[in-house]
Design a protein around this ligand. Structure first.
Ligand SMILES: Cc1ncc(COP(=O)(O)O)c(C=O)c1O
Length: 345
């Protein structure tokens, strides 16, 4: 039975800045359903969240940047891969709130001034592309030293930098997940008002914070729907561990009294292909399928791999004709332009 209160009270009390347009729409994807001869599909258009070119990070940033403001920040620093959608959204949010954006980016597949790097150029972000391509360097001493240097540089200009770190127990990581606990509530209320009763909410999993928020929120609200993740970065074992760790840390932070165990999570790592940021044939096919059935563009790094997984699981019978599946379009479309050579036929 779903709890009485539909708004999660512990979240309502947290400081939040308004950056996006919520709730993001949910659209019926009937042509996709008939193309796949599969379940009833809906698409949660988180790509239409409104900040810059949209995506799942905007909800996270509404809580994270409220904390940065509370700390008096006038600049934001972060790190990810060169075409990171998170860093682009952070740059845009920072600009909206009067904060200078600065990034040290791991050398990803595309470092030309295209896609998100073009948008950074327009936003006037400070961007340093690091001569390393290893995503594991996003944790630990190497990146901490880099951040310290960047912070010192910004302080010398009279700015007060806020460093946005990705890992629990950092407050930014906690608050990012909070944004997606709230999204579970938003989704569930939308399902009620649309008169639908989905079985699954499916999405791409990168660092796992988005899935963690939905896992925690859906358990707290005791929803009928279950979450299914498609990893684009980590092995299944590492991905479920990361989701459980984040969900449990946020459950403690919000005093929700929910425990998420790694072995109850459904995450697939079969659709990553050669690695993070390297598009797959099936993913590119999925980009075309979504565009040609629903006129919706999905991205080459995250959502296309997740959708290729969904399509495969329909073929394998994991998702049945009688199921209702909601695909969360987490955004990232700007990267398509950097990946034009891979995506174009
Ligand atoms: C478009 C898109 N989808 C999904 C994700 C995955 O989000 P998370 O890191 O919370 O798993 C990201 C993260 O960078 C993203 O940019």
């Amino acid at each position: 039975m779903r709890k009485e209160a539909t708004v999660i009270p512990a979240i309502e009390k947290l400081p939040r800045v308004s950056l996006g347009f919520y709730p993001t729409p949910i659209t019926n994807a009937a042509h996709l359903s008939s193309r796949l001869e599969g379940p009833t599909f809906f698409i949660k258009r988180e790509d239409l969240s409104g900040l810059a070119l949209g995506g799942n990070k905007c909800r996270k940033l509404e809580f994270i940047l409220a904390e940065a403001q509370r700390q008096g920040a006038t600049a934001v620093i972060s790190t990810a891969s060169s075409q990171s959608n998170f860093c682009l959204q952070l740059a845009a949010a920072g600009r909206k709130l009067g904060m200078k954006p600065a990034f040290a980016l791991i050398k990803g597949v595309h470092i030309e001034t295209q896609g998100n790097l073009l948008l950074h150029n327009i936003l006037g972000s400070d961007v340093e592309i690091l001569e390393v391509a290893d995503m594991s360097l996003l944790k630990g001493d190497f990146i901490q030293k880099k951040w310290d240097d960047m912070a010192a540089h910004l302080k010398a200009k009279g700015l007060r930098p806020f460093i946005m770190r990705h890992n629990i127990p950092d407050i930014s990581a906690i608050l990012g997940v909070v944004g997606w606990v709230n999204a579970a509530d938003e989704l569930d209320r939308q399902f009620t008002s649309l008169g639908i009763s989905p079985d699954y909410v499916v999405l791409a999993n990168g660092g796992g914070g988005t899935q963690a928020g939905l896992e925690l929120g859906s358990r707290y609200l005791r929803t009928k729907w279950k979450v299914v993740g498609f990893s684009v970065l980590n092995s299944r074992a590492a991905a479920v561990q990361a989701v459980a760790e984040q969900a449990n840390a946020v459950s403690d932070y919000l005093h929700l009294g929910v425990t998420v165990s790694a072995d109850e999570l459904e995450v697939y790592d079969d659709y990553i292909g050669k690695g993070y940021g390297i598009p797959t044939e099936a993913g590119i096919e999925a980009i075309r399928t979504l565009a040609q059935t629903e006129a919706i563009f999905i991205d080459p790094v995250y959502t296309s791999k997740a959708m290729s997984g969904v399509i495969d699981l329909v073929k394998r019978g994991r998702f049945k004709r009688t199921d209702t599946v909601v695909f969360v379009h987490t955004g990232g479309v700007a990267a398509t332009f950097a990946y034009n050579k891979e995506v174009a036929r």
